[in-house]
Ligand binder design. Structure first.
Ligand code: NAD
Length: 297
């Protein structure tokens, strides 16, 4: 059993902390939102009165926060209270630069650290089937892996500090571009009088097949579990896709990488979100490509 502090008990962090409790760890949590604290308490997470209070005495600290500025603020706040030698693991999706700054803060305190963003959404967080993409030195990864393995199904060591965030934004740039490509194909098929099912049956078993098509098919019917069958209720909200695409664009600018389709995807999801669909599933972009903000009956 390890004593673990968990800061950020929201939609993802709450169930992840609960899975650490189920795995037999002692988990001390904190969140600014009282409702998140109460929900986590009901799952067996002990609640501290501050982030600093949660980390004192912890062998490992996990953070699951909205963005880079939150992670840097929280790590800056907790590091003076963290026991030297404790492990810090940030599972939030944040920009690569902030992730590297967070690693540097931990190193100044003599702590090992890992950036370990996730894929799998709230369903994966609850079911402990997340994929973790980790960045950090081998020793830090070695200590983080058994903890992450209790919250997910797959833990990949991607490289040094920031490599987990790099993998996450590259992966999600592929996903965003793929969904737009799939949606364009279905819209074209509609204009050509080709049925959704026929296109799906061909593309899903041909060179056009990809995970976004076979799992998140943007039209109702072919994949019963896709959000298209449920009024584009997320799933994976368009605003989160937009966040990840913008992180990819920021990184591309800094690194000097040419990502014209990533830029176009970020622009399209920006327009879709601005049309009032930020909270819809990202596959609802198909309605935007049909010239409508949302699905119509
Ligand atoms: P969320 O908004 O539900 O949870 C974030 C929590 O952080 C909130 O409860 C908030 O009160 C808390 N918080 C903010 N500042 C704090 C502070 N200073 N101290 C303590 N708590 C603080 O967000 P989420 O959906 O759980 O996402 C968390 C991270 O995971 C994000 O970076 C997101 O991009 C990433 N992510 C989310 C999903 C998803 O499907 N929701 C999937 C993969 C990755």
């Amino acid at each position: 059993m390890t004593t673990i502090a968990f800061i950020g008990l929201g939609n993802m962090g709450g169930p992840m902390a609960a899975n650490l409790v189920k795995a037999g760890h002692e988990v001390l949590g904190f969140d600014l939102a009282p409702a998140s604290c109460e929900a986590a308490r009901a799952e067996g997470v002990a609640i501290a009165s501050s982030a600093g209070g949660a980390v004192a005495g912890a062998e490992a600290v996990v953070t699951m926060l909205p963005a880079g500025r939150h992670v840097l603020a929280v790590w800056g706040e907790i590091l003076p209270a963290v026991a030297p030698g404790a492990l810090l693991v940030d599972c939030s999706t944040i920009d690569v630069e902030s992730a590297r700054r967070a690693h540097a803060l931990a190193a100044e305190r003599g702590c090992l650290s890992v950036d370990a963003p996730v894929s799998g959404g709230t369903v994966g967080a609850k079911a402990a089937t997340l994929t973790f993409m980790a960045g950090g030195v081998a020793e830090a990864f070695g200590r983080a892996e058994p903890i992450l393995a209790r919250m997910g199904r797959r833990v990949v060591h991607c490289g040094e500090a920031g490599a987990g965030q790099a993998a996450k934004i590259c992966n999600n740039m592929i996903l965003g571009i793929s969904m737009i490509g799939i949606s364009e194909a279905f819209v074209l098929a509609e204009k050509l009088g080709l049925s959704h099912q026929a296109l799906f049956d061909v593309a899903s078993t041909s060179s056009g097949s990809c995970w976004a098509l076979t799992t998140h098919c943007p039209v109702p019917g072919p994949v019963p579990t896709s959000a298209a069958n449920h009024g584009y209720k997320p799933g994976f909200a368009a605003e989160l896709m937009l966040k990840d695409l913008r992180l990819a664009q920021a990184a591309a600018l800094t690194a000097g990488a040419a990502t014209p389709l990533g830029a176009e995807a970020a622009a399209l999801y920006g327009l879709y979100a601005a049309a009032g669909q930020a909270g819809s599933d990202y596959s609802g972009i198909i309605n935007f490509l049909r010239g409508r903000a949302a699905a119509t009956a």
